[in-house]
Design a protein around this ligand. Structure first.
Ligand SMILES: [Fe+2]
Length: 491
């Protein structure tokens, strides 16, 4: 079923300054066919080209066109953050991950896609580029907020890591300012915080370029910092993700080290893999106590699928790249795979099991399973996955036209293939009302539609994963290939 709805479109080509939030100027709706094409190849920087190319405007559109039927029970926003650089002076010197953050969102309610909005996150550096007042009390290092966006206690938070603090957004994605959790936290946060579905606590393991430790921070269900613990690392490391069980925090001590000299030698960012430093995994009791470290073979864990306690063992599922991993080039010698570690606490060892050797990234479990035993996981296939399995090629190697549903109880997986040359982003699971099974619900993903050079929000049935999409919500413009996001339920 196709619905043609009336449309109102606000286009911020000029980013009108002086309005309440530097908000979009209202303009005529550009027809979908007239969307700016991705930049042509030739900038010398692949993250400024094709589907990665930043969009030069903010968009607001109401009553989106839908193919199929949006389930009425899907009430909430699907949000996604990613780099969308402003004011670029030297394309060759630009690193994708330092680009200004832009959050994209679609509000669903009562079977309708009420709006799509895209907004730069006005961290200090981005607000200054836009010529707008800086929100709140900024820190010099709040230059971009571009990795993730979450919901916590009714707040929407855009997350970066390293030196940047969380930025609070309104429901309609305007930036309020840095979030300090009622004055209880002045530091940075992980881009991959974990919300314990049982306690309602938000857990973070934060690193900072100016320290040689990481901080384990717990924010209570009341929205204030409950505890902080410093964990010495013997150097300044980049810890992009960690894992959480009901009893433990699992830390990845991987040797991506802060090294300003690297910039003198042509790197775009000051992070270097130190081949002399061992890889370790550590588990820290949530209730208190010291970290137990175990040395593991070199590899790079990009993202955790999930982790849980299994008797005396700790199970950690994640996406693993071969070492060394270059944070500067975002590359390594071979594609990533889905791997399980079983940490044997009694014997002090780690058993490694390759769950799926096909290249994939952006692992997610349902929010209700975070830190609990999971059966199902969802990943985005990479282009190498498709080449290896004969599904055809895609525009780049980091994203592809496939999503994977893993049944880790049976070892089977299912593959949803979007049209050739489409690119699917991270999959987000939303449970059905009254769900009786872990996979009783929907899988949502922003998918680039090459025919329109614009993105669709695609809704799949998780229990009919290979079936036709339930709904495809057609956005008026392109969401550049990017990073992480969340479903935030509610109107
Ligand atoms: Fe990430």
């Amino acid at each position: 079923m196709s619905q043609q709805m009336s449309r109102r479109h606000a286009l911020a080509a000029g980013l009108a300054a002086g309005t309440a939030f530097g908000a979009a100027a209202i303009g005529a709706a550009p027809a979908m066919a007239t969307q700016p094409a991705p930049r042509k190849r030739g900038s010398g920087n692949p993250f400024l080209e094709g589907e990665f190319a930043p969009v030069p405007f903010e968009v607001t559109e109401f009553d989106l066109t839908v193919t199929g039927t949006i389930p009425k029970e899907l009430t909430g926003r699907l949000l996604r953050n990613g780099p969308n650089v402003l004011g670029l002076e030297d394309p060759l010197a630009h690193h994708w991950l330092v680009g200004d953050g832009m959050v994209h969102g679609v509000q669903l309610r009562d079977g309708k896609a009420e709006w799509y909005r895209s907004r730069w996150v006005r961290a200090k550096g981005t607000a200054e580029k836009l010529g707008e007042p800086v929100r709140g009390v900024p820190a010099e290092t709040d230059f971009a907020s571009n990795i993730n966006v979450i919901g916590f206690r009714g707040k929407t938070l855009a997350l970066q890591e390293g030196t940047a603090r969380p930025q609070e957004l309104t429901d309609e994605l305007y930036t309020v300012g840095p979030c300090d959790f009622n004055g209880t936290w002045a530091g940075t946060m992980s881009a991959h915080t974990k919300l314990d579905p049982g306690t309602g606590e938000l857990h973070s393991v934060s690193y900072d370029e100016s320290t040689d430790y990481v901080q384990y921070v717990v924010i209570s269900a009341a929205g204030e910092v409950r505890s902080t613990r410093k964990i010495p690392m013997g150097g300044t490391i980049l810890m992009h993700d960690f894992a959480l069980t009901e009893k433990y925090v699992v830390l990845y001590d991987q040797p991506i080290m802060f090294d300003l000299d690297a910039m003198e030698h042509g790197q775009k960012i000051p992070w270097v893999w130190d081949t002399k430093r061992p890889n370790r995994v550590g588990y820290l009791p949530r209730a208190g106590g010291a970290v137990t470290w175990i040395t593991v073979p070199p590899s790079y864990i990009s993202h955790t699928l999930n982790s849980y306690d299994d008797g005396g063992d700790i199970v950690v599922d994640f996406v693993e790249f071969p070492a060394p991993f270059s944070a500067d080039r975002l590359s390594t010698s071979a594609p990533p795979a889905l791997v399980r570690w079983t940490i044997d606490r009694a014997r002090g060892g780690v058993r490694r099991t390759q769950l799926d050797d096909r290249p994939q990234e952006f692992p997610r479990v349902p929010d209700a399973q975070v830190s609990r035993r999971h059966r199902y996981g969802y990943t985005a296939a990479t282009a190498d996955f498709l080449k290896a399995y004969g599904h055809g090629s895609t525009p780049d190697s980091a994203f592809s036209n496939g999503l994977v549903k893993h049944d880790l109880a049976t070892g089977r997986s299912q593959f949803h293939r979007f049209p050739r040359h489409a690119s699917a982003s991270e999959a987000v699971f939303v449970p059905r009302s009254g769900a009786r099974a872990e996979d009783d619900g929907y899988v949502l993903s922003y998918v680039h539609n090459p025919d329109r050079n614009a993105s669709d929000l695609v809704v799949l049935s998780a229990q009919d994963f290979t079936g036709k999409p339930i709904a495809q919500i057609h956005l008026p413009s392109r969401i550049p290939l990017g990073l992480h996001g969340s479903w935030i339920a509610g109107a």
